[in-house]
Design a protein around this ligand. Structure first.
Ligand code: G3D
Ligand code: MG
Length: 195
């Protein structure tokens, strides 16, 4: 049987400083920096995951400071098959901001979009402001996948991205032959099944 090939756009949303760039670097490069430079300009990563059921190519878009300008967001998440909305477990304010992003996605984005609520910096439990149970309950009520992660210790980072890839492998159609894909991409500039 031919292997299924899926290509999908994944966007990271959330307040500045929640660890979006750190989380992607941990996943893609296996690294963590205590002094992570703020993201300026485009930040784009591609990662290919080989699963039993499919090969999933994730085009990961890290917000390049757009989190400051919420009005630019729709352009950023248009065509995305998956969104990861991050908050920092040591900041209630970042959790409230994450909820605003979720509400915006629910209003604007495709209802089929895979959406995960992610509480990062789980290694800083002694400074925790957001209860795991409160966030998990919110996620449940809103039909979101939920994880607590640490880009620093790598806790749950692979689990998060593999859950995304496994779900997309199931829900996205396989890329067809080169010609058709080229036409779709040049016309719409989008990926996967939600373009
Ligand atoms: P952003 O891309 O969402 O703006 P960054 O966030 O990835 O730039 O991270 C912001 C700060 O949080 C960085 O520290 C980074 O090292 C730290 N950080 C990110 N993830 C974690 C984590 O899981 N645990 C801990 N303890 N720190 C984390 P600085 O000092 O550069 O502000
Ligand atoms: Mg960043």
């Amino acid at each position: 049987m031919a292997t299924k090939n899926v290509q999908a756009k994944l966007v990271l949303l959330g307040d500045m400083g929640t660890g979006k760039t750190s989380l992607v670097l941990r996943f893609v490069k296996g690294q963590f920096f205590d002094c992570q430079e703020s993201t300026i300009g485009a930040a784009f990563f591609t990662e290919v995951l080989s699963l039993d059921e499919a090969i999933v190519k994730l085009d990961i878009w890290d917000t390049a400071g757009q989190e400051r300008y919420q009005s630019l967001a729709p352009m950023y998440y248009r065509g995305a098959a998956a969104a990861v909305v991050l908050y920092d477990i040591t900041s209630m304010e970042s959790f409230e901001k994450a909820k605003r992003w979720i509400e915006e996605l629910q209003r604007q984005a495709s209802p089929r979009m895979f959406t995960a609520l992610v509480g990062n910096k789980a290694d800083l439990d002694e400074k925790r402001e957001v209860d795991n149970e409160v966030a998990e309950e919110y996620a449940k009520q809103n039909g979101l996948h939920f994880f607590e992660t640490s880009a620093k210790t790598a806790q749950n980072v692979n689990e998060l991205f593999y859950e995304i890839a496994t779900t997309l492998a199931r829900t996205c159609p396989s890329r067809s032959s080169g010609m058709k894909i080229q036409i779709r991409q040049s016309r719409r500039g989008m990926y996967c099944c939600f373009s």
